[in-house]
Write a new protein. Structure first.
Length: 591
């Protein structure tokens, strides 16, 4: 099952528990988000849980920069000021949170000469043990992406706490108040002091907020020119100092209140308010449009599961894995191509019922319901495993007929199934057939290699601004290309042996081994070593750590071998030729 075929949303998952969930903790955000939750989950109540210790967070007034250069400079100035020693405060530690990996890299580069002690933390796939285990010292700076920084529990030294705690600098406007609260929640934890500030660039904002920010900037400039209240307050203060009176004190208080009220309506505050209004509109639209669509898809998914449940009894509770895989794919494609939110639920259910019945009938006849050549290859592999060689050859032939250009694995399996027939029937024509199949397989593998090269060139054009000479995508594509070259080498060797056998009338014997043996052991060693070293982590069952582990480049070769296996290349073959008197005379007297 995949994210497309297994269509159960978070909404449906929680609703299935009914009244068995007694409580969930999380960041609720604004009132609009709370109201949305209560409308989706009827009867659910929300409450604000007070912290055990009073939070000592000081939020510094946010800044909106008009252009990117000003934005970078403002960030550098704040980082330098907070991490520098002053007469009234010691150095602090900082966390700079960026929206994208590229922005994190750019800011890390901009801070390179100004701040010596800084760390770049841009991905959850990185090894961040050193960051989490050690306490942040005075003057240290972590530049992180928002995704990588989420859930980060940073510890700071006592010296940093005395200086005011960790300073979190958010360099973009979060999409909602909930995400903003999560970012600022990286500091002032468990009663410790901390500060946070937003410094955003108007060029990075959505168009409505960008216009609003620029208008606010212009309004501020005009107000600074025309505002006389600070001057009046200054004059009242001087007059009060010369002759204090309660009347004069009241006038000063009134003027100061006006000044503070005007300043409280800052640009950043107005932008946040508009953002929150936009979020409320999106949530209202989500309730009106998306929730009904989700529920309709989930109804269709339940109908598909009922069909799957019928497959098991009709196959003695042991349906073929290839058949289930084909049916899952058919359902996923059907959902993507046939779902229409404006069509009635009953019409969609009737259409799905008919199409699933047709798909099951095709599978009973060993036909692919979605015209996928790899289904036929999988059918052929199952038949061959059962000893039905002739029937497996028919399946491989169907796969080739479906799309001969990409049928490298089908051609390869067809060749060695033909050789198995030759071993049983001593038919010399089987060698000719196998040779033809392997030559076609070679052409198809070369086409796959060309596709990878083209993909690589296109990705380079798209990511030409990336400073990394080799990124993870390049590394993964390189591994895929290397495996195809090993596959080509295996085919080349088989062709040479068959040519030799045909030329000298020799007998051919094939020996099968798992696809993993196609790769020289030295190239599998990094994966094997890392797997062995990570056994405690694997046994821990921690999904995040396991994801980080398999995302390492050492696992690329295992991922690609598994991919080839899923496409039907479950075995690779080596050929051995031996002298055969019968074959020699057959060759001698052949016209």
């Amino acid at each position: 099952m995949t994210a497309v075929t297994n269509y159960m949303s978070n909404v449906e998952l929680f609703l299935k528990y009914k009244d068995q969930i007694f409580g969930i903790s999380g960041t609720l955000g604004q009132q609009a988000e709370t109201d949305t939750l209560e409308k989706i989950y009827e009867g659910v109540k929300t409450c604000q849980i007070p912290p055990f210790k009073r939070r000592k967070l000081f939020e510094v007034e946010g800044v909106i920069a008009c252009e990117e250069q000003e934005w970078v400079q403002e960030i550098c100035n704040v980082v330098l000021a907070e991490t520098s020693l002053t007469p009234f405060r010691a150095q602090r530690a900082m966390l700079v949170i960026c929206e994208t990996i590229q922005q994190a890299k750019d800011l890390h580069l901009a801070l390179e000469k100004k701040v010596p002690d800084k760390k770049l933390y841009i991905s959850n796939n990185m090894n961040n043990t050193a960051i989490f285990e050690s306490k942040l010292e005075a003057g240290e700076v972590i530049v992180a992406t928002n995704l990588a920084g989420r859930g980060m529990d940073l510890k700071v030294s006592d010296q940093v706490k005395r200086a005011g705690g960790l300073f979190v600098l958010q360099t973009f406007l979060p999409k909602n108040a909930r995400v903003e609260a999560q970012a600022f929640g990286r500091t002032a934890r468990q009663g410790s002091p901390g500060s946070a500030q937003l410094i955003i660039c108007s060029d990075h904002l959505p168009e409505p907020l960008k216009v609003l920010a620029l208008m606010g900037k212009l309004q501020t400039l005009l107000e600074n020119v025309t505002n006389v209240l600070p001057l009046i307050f200054s004059m009242e203060l001087k007059y009060y100092q010369r002759s204090p009176s309660s009347e004069q004190s009241n006038e000063m208080s009134t003027t100061l209140t006006h000044i503070l009220t005007e300043n409280s309506n800052s640009q950043i505050k107005i932008v946040k308010e508009v953002r929150d209004d936009l979020v409320a509109q999106e949530l209202a639209s989500y309730l009106e449009c998306e929730i009904p669509k989700i529920k309709k898809k989930e109804g269709l998914f339940r109908q598909y599961l009922d069909t799957i449940n019928m497959v098991y009894p009709s196959n003695n509770n042991k349906p073929a894995a290839s058949g289930l895989s084909a049916l899952n794919e058919f359902w996923g494609i059907w959902l993507l191509t046939n779902f229409n939110e404006n069509e009635s639920t009953s019409n969609l259910e009737n259409k799905l019922r008919e199409d699933l019945e047709t798909a099951r009938q095709k599978l009973d006849r060993r036909e692919s319901p979605s015209s996928n050549l790899h289904h036929y290859t999988a059918f052929g592999n199952e038949l061959r495993k059962q000893g039905q060689i002739a029937e497996s050859i028919m399946m491989y032939t169907k796969a080739i007929q479906e799309d001969h250009c990409w049928a490298a694995i089908a051609y390869y399996n067809h060749a060695f199934a033909s050789l198995s027939q030759q071993e049983m029937q001593h038919d010399p024509n089987c060698i000719d057939q196998a040779l033809e199949d392997l030559q076609n397989a070679l052409k198809s593998v070369e086409l796959h290699c060309e596709q990878i090269k083209f993909t690589y060139v296109c990705s380079k054009d798209i990511m030409e601004l990336c400073r990394d000479s080799v990124n993870r995508f390049d590394s993964h594509m390189s591994t895929r290309h290397s495996l195809l070259l090993y596959f080509k080498r295996n085919i080349d060797e088989a062709i040479k042996n068959l040519d030799s056998a045909k030329r000298f009338g020799r007998k051919v014997k094939s020996e099968a081994s798992l696809v993993y043996f196609m790769v020289p052991l030295i190239h599998l060693l990094p994966w094997l070593v890392r797997s062995a070293e990570s056994l405690p982590l694997i046994h821990s069952g921690d999904p995040l750590k396991l994801r980080q582990l398999i995302s390492h480049r050492d696992f690329d070769i295992h991922i690609e071998l598994t991919r080839l296996e899923n496409l039907g290349l479950t075995q690779v073959y080596t050929l051995d030729t031996e002298f055969s008197l019968r074959g020699f005379f057959s060759k001698l007297f052949r016209p």
